[in-house]
Design a protein around this ligand. Structure first.
Ligand SMILES: [Zn+2]
Length: 141
């Protein structure tokens, strides 16, 4: 359990709600808001699964780090621990976009888009990450 502000190291922090299963805190010293995984392993397992899923889809360790706010070293360790190997899939192009809900709705409303493209939508930090892959991969938004 975190007990000091990651920015100014003050111990004067207070709980400020829960976002995406993460406890949110506010530093009373510098007003910085930050979140930590809610206690317990279940959240951790979800993050591990999400990280491995993104890894399998071809994202780099650094990209996973910035999307999930976990260290790329952790991701590398999970990949090793669970012996995850990416299939070689060089013929397919992956595009990724982080979108708001409205833009996701617009996207999936387009029957042609769903027909031609393999899509994976994943909720991340209040937004949606849309991965599209396949030779038909299109530009959008
Ligand atoms: Zn602070």
């Amino acid at each position: 359990m975190l007990n000091s502000c990651p920015k100014c190291d003050s111990k004067d922090i207070t709980k400020a709600g829960v976002i995406d299963d993460r406890q949110r805190y506010k530093c009373k010293e510098c007003n910085y808001h930050f979140t930590v995984a809610k206690s317990g392993k279940s959240t951790d397992v979800q993050i591990v699964k999400r990280a491995l899923q993104l890894y399998l889809e071809g994202l780099s360790y650094r990209e996973i780090e910035s999307l999930l706010e976990v260290s790329h070293v952790s991701v590398m360790n999970w990949v090793k621990k669970y012996k995850v190997q990416r299939p070689l899939d060089q013929s397919h192009q992956i595009d990724r976009h982080v979108l708001g809900h409205d833009d996701v709705v617009k996207l999936v409303e387009d029957r042609g888009f769903l027909h031609d493209t393999n899509v994976l939508i994943s909720r991340i930090n209040g937004h949606y990450m849309v991965l599209t892959f396949g030779p038909q991969s299109k530009d959008f938004v």
